[in-house]
Design a protein around this ligand. Structure first.
Ligand code: ADP
Ligand code: MG
Length: 264
């Protein structure tokens, strides 16, 4: 067997093992996730054994004080960062078992990410910003722009397609960022305080939009938020505190039962 064939065979075995070890059926799952920044006396344990099962079609809020690790958790779930220990599973397969190129593919196609600060490219048009994930994987420019235009219409910004991102209002920029997150038709949408930088009326508009898109495109969504109105509209609310994720008692009137793994 050649070296590369042996490497591929080994990674297939590892993926099969991971699938066997983790048959929960959750679309996105975290097991004993730990994140420690720094080393030695100055190290900070931000996540201290997170267990989470995100079932297909749920909309889940993560609340918690500033600095509690919400962004860190979302970055790990989206494979934008790697845990110190523990595993993220996507469709029962350990994300870490993928080779680097397939992790990039996973991020590009399967995950949509919305940042608190939209992270748009200011000198590119709204349409070009939305098209960026398609262009990054070799789509033709005209085709990508046409798809981007449809997504801008979906978020109510068809008329702003040719404006540079820098010329848009904060609420419009966040809607462009949401269109960009969905242009690859991901299965899971992660949003990190998506209304955190917006005034109340824009925050409500973005909340309405996220909820509508979640249902229309049958997404599974997880949102970090400080906004109690947004949290209340989710199927369940989890509180991140002292490195652990627990159902939030204040919101526990939702219809979904809490999976076993999150009760500890
Ligand atoms: P939240 O999103 O809940 O406000 P974060 O995940 O941004 O929390 O941060 C959690 C903690 O981790 C904070 O104390 C923050 O200072 C620390 N932190 C985040 N990123 C880094 C990093 N790259 N290096 C060191 N510490 C970090
Ligand atoms: Mg944060």
């Amino acid at each position: 067997m050649t070296k590369s064939a042996a490497t591929i065979a080994a990674s297939d075995v590892k993926q099969a093992e991971n699938a066997r070890l983790n048959p929960s059926g959750a679309i996105l799952e975290a097991r004993e996730l730990r994140k420690i920044y720094g080393a030695g006396a100055g190290s900070v344990t931000v996540l201290d054994g997170i267990n989470l099962e995100l079932r297909t079609g749920e909309m889940v809020a993560v609340v918690g004080p500033s600095g509690s690790g919400k962004s860190t958790l979302l970055h790990l779930l989206a494979a934008l960062d790697t845990p110190t220990s523990g595993t993220v599973y996507f469709e029962s397969e350990a994300v870490e078992a993928h080779r680097d190129d397939s992790i990039a593919e996973f991020r590009n196609r399967r995950i949509g990410f919305v940042w608190q600060r939209h992270h748009l490219l200011p000198d590119f048009t709204a349409a070009e910003n939305v098209a960026m994930p398609l262009l990054m994987r070799d789509s033709r420019y005209a085709e990508a722009l046409s798809v981007a235009g449809q997504w801008l219409a979906e978020v109510g910004l068809a008329s702003k397609a040719q404006q540079n991102a820098a010329q848009l209002s904060g609420g419009e920029q966040q809607r462009v960022a949401i269109a960009r997150a969905l242009v690859s038709k991901p299965a899971v949408l992660l949003a990190d305080e998506p209304t955190g930088d917006l005034d109340e009326s824009n925050a409500v508009a973005v909340m309405d939009l996220l909820e509508r898109l979640h249902h229309t495109y049958r997404l599974t969504s997880i949102l970090a938020t400080h906004n109690p109105l947004l949290a209340k509209r989710c199927d369940r609310v989890l509180r991140l505190e002292h490195g652990l994720l627990r159902p939030d008692a204040a919101y526990q009137q939702g219809p979904s039962p809490v999976p076993e793994g999150e009760k500890s």
